[in-house]
Design a protein around this ligand. Sequence first.
Ligand SMILES: Nc1ncnc2c1ncn2[C@@H]1O[C@H](COP(=O)(O)OP(=O)(O)OP(=O)(O)O)[C@@H](O)[C@H]1O
Ligand SMILES: [Mg+2]
Length: 382
Amino acid sequence: MFSTTQKIGILGGGQLGKMLCLAAAPWDFKTCVLDTSADFPAGPVCSEFTPGDFKNYDDVLAFGADKDVLTIEIEHVNTEALHELKRQGKIVHPAPEALDIIKDKGLQKEFYRQHDIPTAPFELFADEQALLDAIQSGRWALPLVQKTRTAGYDGRGVAILRSPADLDTKLLKGPCLAEQLAPVRTEIAVIAARNAADQVAVFPAVEMDFHPEANLVEQLVCPARISPLAEAAAEALAEQVIRAFDVCGLLAVEMFLCIDGQLWVNEVAPRPHNSGHHTIDSAVTSQYQQHLRAICNLPLGDTAQVQPAIMLNLLGDEGFKGPVRYEGVAECLALSGVHVHLYGKAMTAPFRKMGHVTITADTLEAAFEKADFVKKTLRVRS
Ligand SMILES: Nc1ncnc2c1ncn2[C@@H]1O[C@H](COP(=O)(O)OP(=O)(O)OP(=O)(O)O)[C@@H](O)[C@H]1O
Ligand SMILES: [Mg+2]
């Protein structure tokens, strides 16, 4: 429904919430944000800010009471309250049933198995000792990837165990899963959107390059440098996955394109995603506007890419902690097609996500050249 008076409640006031609010502004949509501090990125740009904890049942329930549509910018919210709000007749996207599965990487992997969605072979373990026993007995062999079932993000909660020494230093505690190390050729993400009328639209695949130390996406390339066949298969897989989860809104599907050409789903996020930031500056429809269209059951926007794009996360420089100071921004803005987005975080810390830059050009080669300049020039210090 298109309505400038309906209230859209967003759980979480981080950068994704901020960009969602900004996308809602041209349509005069009322954005209401729940988070612990109005100093967080979305605070200054939302229509209405409610202080509270999105992990707390009572806070979420009270927040939802006068909202028409509820959505999230982070998965780790109180879903019991969302179930209750849905029972009361509120529109909740993504569905809390899907959130319950997605929040737990163990349930997520079992979901893929049940729905014939290709994913790395895996096993769930009660704790790290059970995994060690499985390695001891020869049922699992190194290398393998261990993941904690809940509360992992930005690579925390993921351990790539290659050698026996890693078992002493890298093993993660608690309920976990082990999965095969994927023979990755290219890591990609495909963002799908679906509305209540069951319309589905899929953005072109993006290629994700990881920062070796921080295990954060450092650079993202769109279009992904993969074959047209792999591109078509990835887009079809993303559509299959969003329909399987039965969610409305966005679903970002992270995938491994393996050396043999197979696609494996790594994990999903039912919300705007880091791998879709470039769409603000390089696609007909941004992922944020697409999310709003999808949760309000409006026609989905055109997902076509207008220009090739490279997205760089602006991470706090190593060795700097405190009030943030950006260096080299003006020099970067002197280049055409350099789009700087800062998130409004007052304090920097090593590898903290402070903003991003999207670089567009007529060709990817030209975009890479400008991206190299931006990487060298733009610094996040204190
Ligand atoms: N089975 C695997 N094989 C190879 N690499 C893997 C595997 N699982 C995870 N990785 C690597 O570790 C990264 C982080 O894993 P994953 O996406 O599951 O964790 P996360 O903490 O939820 O990440 P984020 O929040 O950054 O998306 C992946 O993007 C990939 O580079
Ligand atoms: Mg991930």
